[in-house]
Design a protein around this ligand. Structure first.
Ligand code: NAP
Ligand code: ZN
Ligand code: ZN
Length: 347
């Protein structure tokens, strides 16, 4: 066992504050990772404030982790001490069900063991990346290239894979018109990947001040969704909309923008059930779909793609004690475009 310094939420109403807990010593297949950078995902806010229900406290959020291996178990074969590694949203899964056997363990039929706000197989609570170190089975750890600025790599472990995976699944590329709805952590990675895959990319945003950034990130067009005149020409226009919005919004207004057979893909997870009308869906034979993170194998594929194409997240580095302010700023759509905690500030 070793003590991990961390920041935790004690209850859904408390700000995050310093806390310590014990991590296990590495077992035969485990690697111990000294965390260097930890990204801040809107899912951290949803869970720390128990917006999805079922949150467990105390909670140490954080599932966009990059760090160096400091110890390995006797049977570890993928990693050695000193390797640069990443941990995303899952630290285990049942490894037996159909989805686990299809390299789709993010859809494990028994539910993956998530990096925090979840349980290990032995029933002990999981604690995430806002902490000094983490111990994870090597099967759920990915390799990180030394080539890229690593603070920009951390957000790839969730925001990156969550947008890469649906774009790949729906084979989005040249000839497709894609809208990315919401330019935050997920949205800005969605823009980078969709542009890299050769699609025409439009950002749909409530924030007029994000236009220059959207175009610099690779978008071809930018539309302020609150301006009726701006959005009118885009009725029946898009093949896909990647909806990354964290709060409830008017789904029919966006469905109308889809062309024949167009698909609205949800990756954002607002905490309340969504309402839409069948008439808007059946016009143009539209579809609605959703996608959750990505598998470990696909996460490695995405990281390798990013290393090859020089893709990282645009980040604002913060110290650990800035986290509550960072949450407040994210809720005001004031993030460019991912906060990443310098975990050295915790030590
Ligand atoms: P974020 O950085 O806070 O960005 C969300 C963006 O949504 C905002 O920047 C804003 O963009 C837009 N937005 C916010 N409130 C809005 C509203 N009321 N109406 C319209 N647009 C609004 O959040 P994130 O980290 O990217 O996460 C986004 C969502 O994805 C969260 O719900 C998170 O839990 C979820 N998520 C899902 C998965 C998955 O596996 N599916 C994985 C990770 C995260 P503009 O300023 O451009 O309007
Ligand atoms: Zn996340
Ligand atoms: Zn499974």
């Amino acid at each position: 066992m070793s003590t991990a310094k961390a920041y935790a939420a004690a209850t859904k109403d408390s700000p995050l504050a310093p806390w310590s807990f014990e991590r296990r010593a590495p077992k035969a297949h485990d690697v111990q990772i000294e965390i260097l950078w930890s990204g801040v995902c809107h899912s951290d806010i949803h869970q720390a404030r128990d917006e999805w229900g079922g949150s467990m406290f105390p909670m140490v959020p954080g599932h966009e982790i990059v760090g160096r291996v400091t110890a390995i178990g006797d049977h570890v074969s993928k990693f050695k001490v000193g390797d640069l590694t990443g941990v995303g949203c899952m630290i285990d899964s049942c490894r037996e069900c159909r989805n686990c056997n299809r390299d789709l363990e993010q859809y494990c039929e028994k539910g993956p063991n998530y990096t925090y706000n979840s349980l290990e197989k032995d029933g002990s609570p999981t604690y995430g990346g806002y902490s000094y170190h983490i111990v994870v089975d090597e099967k759920y750890v990915v390799s990180v290239s030394e080539k890229l600025p690593i603070e920009g790599v951390a957000p790839l472990l969730c925001a990156g894979i969550t947008t890469y995976s649906p774009l790949k699944h729906w084979k989005i590329g040249p000839g497709h018109k894609v809208a990315v709805l919401g330019l935050g952590g997920l949205g800005h990675m969605g823009v980078k990947f969709a542009a890299a895959f050769g699609a025409e990319v439009t950002v749909l945003s409530t924030s007029p001040n994000k236009e220059a950034d959207a175009l610099a990130l690779g978008a071809h067009k930018f539309v302020v969704t609150t301006d009726v005149e701006q959005i009118k020409p885009y009725n029946n226009y898009f093949d896909f909309i990647l909806d990354t919005v964290s709060a409830p919004h008017s789904y029919d207004n966006y469905l109308r923008l889809l062309d024949n057979n167009g698909t609205l893909i949800f990756v954002g997870i607002p905490p309340v059930p969504m309402e839409m009308t069948c008439f808007t869906l059946l016009g143009n034979r539209r579809s609605v779909a959703a996608s959750g993170i990505g598998s470990i194998a696909e996460t490695q594929e995405m990281l390798d793609f990013c290393a090859e194409h020089n893709i990282v997240s645009d980040v604002e580095v913060i110290n650990m004690d800035y986290i509550n302010t960072a949450y407040d700023r994210m809720l005001k759509n004031d993030v460019k475009y991912r906060f990443v905690i310098d975990i050295a500030s915790l030590k």
